[in-house]
Design a protein around this ligand. Structure first.
Ligand SMILES: [Zn+2]
Length: 289
């Protein structure tokens, strides 16, 4: 019998794998290069050595897309707790803490502004807000953003970064999938273009609704994009999944995406698509003989 028993503590996993930590320097998780924070900001959070794409906040995303200032809408909308949901802590407490930490009321910023001079309605999701999950507020804000575009004849760009529907709001969060899809159908009938930008990660109910409904679907390199996670799929189909499964490049190869674009080229690519689509919108309808 041993006199001393060794208490084994599991090694804690790093929580900030793909986030830029506070401080002056950051280590690239892909190539281990040590990068000066200011250099990283200059390349819009893309590693200058290996092109690893660090995650971008919603505000940084808007700064990257818009030419200058933008007009934000519905920033005051806040979720209530219709199910009085409690998991490891009550949903109200989780919301309170997240609002305090992020300075945002929910996981999306909706705004209008100019992208290379083209007035556009943009929604950018914030992954650090409860995993960018889509509850009733995210659904309502994005729907309003699309309706605003129809009213003012603007194109729509939605940048997704989400773990999917927000389970703390149950069926109400699932309903947002249909609500946003319905608004996108009205946008389509109004002959206005919608570009979906899928970033790391875009999963669950967001992939299963608006993220895949773009007239053009553009993803950032190596982004995780899928519906269910690989472990769940492997268990369901009892097969090993192929290499690179659920990453942008794999999905492009299999016809699920139209383009995979490096973030440093992304704004230019969006502008090209917008100009192409809007030229079609402006063309007169062909005369019926
Ligand atoms: Zn790197």
């Amino acid at each position: 019998m041993a006199w001393f028993k060794k208490v084994r503590k599991p090694i804690e996993a790093s929580k900030n794998e793909s986030r830029v930590p506070e401080g002056l320097w950051v280590k690239c998780p892909s190539c281990a290069e040590i990068i000066y924070n200011k250099d990283l900001a200059a390349t819009i959070n893309v590693c200058p050595k290996c092109a690893h794409h660090f995650r971008l906040s919603a505000a940084e995303r808007l700064r990257m897309l818009f030419d200058g200032a933008w007009q934000e809408y519905d920033s005051g909308l806040q979720s209530i707790d219709p199910l009085q949901f409690v998991d490891t802590k009550p949903y109200t407490k989780r919301l309170e803490a997240t609002i305090k930490a992020t300075g945002m009321k929910d996981a999306v910023i909706c705004a209008t502004g100019a992208i290379d001079g083209i007035e556009t309605s943009v929604a950018a999701m914030e992954y650090t807000f409860i995993g960018g999950s889509m509850g009733s507020v995210v659904g309502e804000k994005i729907t309003r953003g699309i309706e605003r575009a129809i009213e003012r004849r603007l194109p729509v760009v939605i940048v997704s970064a989400s773990g999917g529907a927000r389970m703390m709001e149950g069926a109400l969060s699932l309903m947002q999938m249909a609500k946003i899809s319905g608004a996108l159908a009205r946008l389509d009938r109004a002959k206005l273009p919608y570009i979906s930008v899928l970033t790391d990660p875009t999963t669950g109910g967001v992939t299963a609704s608006f993220a895949m409904l773009g007239d053009v679907n553009i993803a950032e390199p190596k982004a995780l994009i899928g519906f269910a996670g690989p472990r769940v799929i492997e268990q369901a189909i009892r097969q090993k999944l192929p290499e690179g499964f659920q990453r942008s490049e794999f999905l492009l190869e299999h016809g699920m995406l139209d383009m995979v674009v490096d973030r440093r080229e992304l704004k230019a690519a969006i502008v090209r698509v917008l100009r192409f689509a809007l030229a079609r919108v402006a063309e007169p309808e062909p005369a019926v003989p």
